[in-house]
Design a protein around this ligand. Structure first.
Ligand code: PLP
Length: 371
């Protein structure tokens, strides 16, 4: 069995999600008007209502999508299309699902202002909210470092200025409490596979006003924002996974933080010249560390040969041996940050896994430093 430390990339499906998926797998088209369509519709309505009650919104505000990436795209492109200022506020540490979408809009002529982050990866200045914008988009917690952003403060700045706000909560959903209505934001993205649901289904919460304009067209499902026949079984599995993940989040958060701290302290006491890039407030699951004098790819390969599965940063940028844009935005130098590892822990991580890493990492780093 590999020692899996890449929970921020994805995690094994929960049994409750598999059971919900199997139970709903016979569902036909939830838009059909005959009995089997109504039965599918009722399963979908139950999933929608469960998600709404878990995330503090109305059922009509729940839009099932194919991924977190799609939810981000619908919100950002759709709110931009609905606006008239041609200006977007974002940050320099977003996941590519947001970052590349915003870049594409910038190439098309949008003005983009990026909120700066401090050395710990937390947004440090909300001054950009003083001017009107079509939308502001900001992640709740960073996928690489785990840094939790001051999302309530940013949401209230957006509200004061009347700027629609999108929050990428893909790393947060199921882990930290979310109340969409209380937060007062316009849209929010989450993804099932990050909290133990199936890969290939996400959710967008979208207020009725201001609403994003559709960015794709078809049969009008999901308020016309995500047209296409809905995957009822996956929606049902998403709801089951979210419910279980939230129910255990307080206890799991504590357990995982203790393991993560043990890993961090063990690394600091057994390896020289280590930089810890995950700083509070931070998700309990994340430990991002740099080992100057190494490079990330060598570290990953050496760990893989020992059946330790970790990442150099975001899964989507793995394979590209460049320092991550997140570390650059934090002011980390190339020399310091090129040899980085992201360990992310989750519900099946045990103390044995942590001990195993601590027993092998000093030798791995020493070997990577001699390459
Ligand atoms: N946003 C963040 C912060 C993420 O971490 C990820 C996945 O790594 C995504 C968006 C994309 O989610 P999905 O894999 O469901 O497309």
């Amino acid at each position: 069995m590999p020692h899996y430390f890449d929970y921020a990339a994805t995690q094994p499906m929960r049994q409750s999600a598999i059971d919900a998926w199997v139970a709903a797998s016979g569902s036909l088209n939830s838009s059909a008007q005959y009995a089997s369509g109504r039965r599918a519709r009722s399963v979908l309505d139950d999933a929608r209502e469960k998600v709404a009650s878990l995330l503090g919104c109305e059922p009509i505000e729940v839009i099932f999508t194919s991924s977190g990436t799609e939810a981000d795209n619908i919100a950002i492109q759709g709110l931009f299309a609905a606006g008239n200022t041609n200006r977007i506020i974002s940050t320099d540490i977003e996941h590519p699902a947001v970052r590349d979408t915003v870049s594409k809009l910038a190439q098309g002529g949008a003005t983009v202002d990026l909120l700066p982050v401090d050395r710990n990866g937390h947004i440090s200045d909300g001054g950009a909210f003083a001017e009107p914008a079509d939308l502001a988009t900001c992640m709740w917690a960073n996928n690489e470092t785990g840094a939790i952003q001051p999302i309530e403060d940013l949401a209230s700045l957006a509200q004061q200025s009347g700027i629609p706000m999108h929050v990428d909560a893909v790393q947060v959903a199921g882990k930290l409490p979310i109340n969409f209505a209380e937060l007062g934001i316009t849209t929010l993205a989450a993804s099932a596979h990050k909290f133990g649901g199936p890969r290939g289904i996400g959710v967008l919460l979208a207020k009725r006003t201001p609403a994003p304009q559709p960015i794709s067209y078809g049969g009008g499902q999901e308020r016309g924002l995500r047209p296409g026949t809905v995957d009822v079984a996956s929606a049902s599995a998403l709801a089951a996974a979210l419910e279980e993940s939230i129910a255990e989040s307080a206890a799991e958060g504590e357990r995982i933080a203790a393991l993560r701290n043990k890993l961090r302290d063990g690394i600091l006491s057994s390896i020289d010249n280590v930089v810890v890039n995950s700083t509070e407030p931070c998700l309990p699951s994340h430990l991002h560390v740099s080992f100057p004098g190494t490079d990330g790819d060598s570290l990953i390969m050496l760990l893989d040969s020992l059946q330790i599965e970790a990442s150099t940063g975001s899964a989507c940028s793995a394979g590209v041996n460049r320092m991550s844009h997140v570390l650059s935005a934090m002011g980390v130098s190339e020399e310091e940050g090129i040899g980085s590892l992201r360990f992310t822990l989750g519900r099946l991580t045990s103390e044995d896994d942590v001990d195993y890493v601590l027993a092998h990492l000093p030798e791995v780093v020493a070997r990577a430093r001699t390459v």
